[in-house]
Design a protein around this ligand. Structure first.
Ligand code: SF4
Length: 447
């Protein structure tokens, strides 16, 4: 359990100086207990109290990172059971499985598909981030050679999976600067794998025997040995039971502050399904509840793309609308004679409008104005997509230097701002475009 306000109060200086922004230490303690304040706001708290409070106020699910560089995957750090309570924090990493008894062509195919399945959406790159490399014959040299191919050709974060401590040791020694996840510590080898993880500075997964009791025993053992970065695989491969376990783990970590289960979890979707489509369904289940890493047997665009969008949606902050960056977006290679359209930065609007312009094949400049993520109609009603604000944006965004024809096309739903906008944009013509984005191709082609 976290500390109560009174327990925290006992650790504070009790001088009521007010420098933390509230008049008394008690009020500050109450705010800390309810998560409304941060300890750093009090400059006078002792080191001893800081240490105690930091431990008690640590996230109920330990945050940790697997891999390095652009493919590094942050997992854990979650603080809520349900997304609408606040937000989910770190989206699950997707891993593709390759094994040492797989032929070169198959591995090459997976690497090729992994690299190809990358999608840009509103300034975000959607893609899988990891490879799970599985040892099937206890040959350390072969395992390291496969890991080297994967690492050199993709730069992906890696999971090393082996029952052999020798293989894990060789791979961890060779690739420890890549911070791979070592998978995994079982009841037979927990001490050796735990020591290896500590020595290499790598996170480690505990693999239970199909029950929560078994993973609790393992995570307690590793924690007692000083291993901090742990992931949990309960060992269950039955979908219903695995789902129930995920909920129990999250509840125990959040509601009861039960530290042995306060770690991110790994889901072996490849071992829970008969084919790739079924794996996708398993993956989707655990994107929602509460997988931190999801291992799949392959990456195919028609399977991974919906999962990437699902993950994006589940892991966006429901209290903040998704936005596109304000700016000028050239679509279909526009030039100085191309039309200029303007819209708001609500990402859904941006997706739809830019998609329709793209489909029209008409070269067009799309100017996206920051409306704090509001749609055109809402922004217009809130005064954030007015003639004045759009005029100021067009005047300052730099589009004037890119086009010779001074005409701006506004969304049909904002037709009411055309008069005011013409006053703001001296020398420009304001044209009212279609109300519905689906009409944009016809509108552009008919000009
Ligand atoms: S800054 Fe620290 S000592 Fe001062 S009132 Fe706030 S909690 Fe108390």
């Amino acid at each position: 359990m976290g500390l109560t306000g009174i327990q925290i109060f006992k650790l504070l200086p009790k001088t009521n100086c007010g420098e933390c922004g509230v008049p008394t230490c008690l009020a500050f303690a109450m705010n800390l207990a309810s998560g409304k304040a941060e300890l750093e706001k009090c400059p006078y708290v002792s080191e001893e109290a800081k240490e105690k409070l930091a431990t008690e106020s640590a996230p109920p699910i330990r945050p940790l990172t697997i891999g390095t560089g652009e493919y590094a995957v942050k997992v854990g750090g979650e603080t809520v059971l349900f997304r609408h309570e606040k937000t989910f924090v770190n989206p699950p990493g997707f891993a593709v499985l390759v094994s040492t008894d797989e032929d070169n062509a198959s591995v090459a195919g997976k690497i090729k598909r992994f690299l190809a399945a990358q999608y840009d959406r509103v300034g975000l790159k959607l893609r899988a981030e990891m490879f799970a490399i599985k040892d099937n014959n206890g040959d350390a040299a072969k395992f390291c050679a496969l890991a080297k191919v994967v690492s050199d050709e993709t730069g992906a974060a890696m999971i090393f999976m082996s029952d052999s401590t020798d293989v894990l040791t060789a791979a961890a020694d060779t690739f420890k600067d890549k911070k791979p996840l070592l998978f995994g510590a079982t009841s037979e080898n927990a001490e050796a794998v735990g020591n290896l993880a500590k020595a290499a500075g790598c996170p480690v997964a505990v693999k239970g025997g199909g029950s929560l009791d078994s993973v609790i025993a393992l995570s307690e053992k590793l924690s007692a040995a000083g291993v901090k970065d742990i992931l949990i695989d309960t060992g269950t491969r039955d979908l219903k039971k695995a789902f129930e376990e995920q909920v129990l783990i999250r509840r125990a970590a959040l509601k009861d502050r039960f530290r042995p289960l306060g770690f991110p979890t790994i889901i072996m979707a490849n071992e829970m399904a008969g084919d790739l489509m079924e794996e996708a369904l398993v993956a989707a289940t655990f994107i929602a509840k509460y997988g931190a890493i999801i291992v799949m047997s392959d990456i195919q665009p028609h399977v991974v793309f919906p999962l990437l969008l699902d993950r994006l949606n589940i892991y966006t902050d429901p209290q903040r609308p998704m936005t596109a960056e304000q700016g000028i977006y050239p679509i279909n290679n526009p030039d100085a004679n191309s039309p200029v359209m303007v819209t708001c930065n609500f990402s859904l609007t941006y997706f739809i409008v830019s998609g329709e312009i793209e489909a029209s094949r008409v070269p067009t400049w799309l100017c996206v104005q920051d409306t704090e993520g509001l749609s055109v109609m809402t922004a217009w009603a809130a005064g954030k997509f007015s003639g004045e604000s759009v005029g100021t944006f067009i005047n300052k965004c730099g589009i004037k230097d890119k086009v010779s024809k001074k005409e701006v096309i506004i969304p049909g739903y904002a037709a009411g701002i055309s008069g005011e906008l013409e006053e703001e944009l001296s020398g420009w013509t304001v044209t009212v475009g279609p109300r519905e984005a689906s009409q944009i191709p016809k509108f552009l082609k008919s000009r």
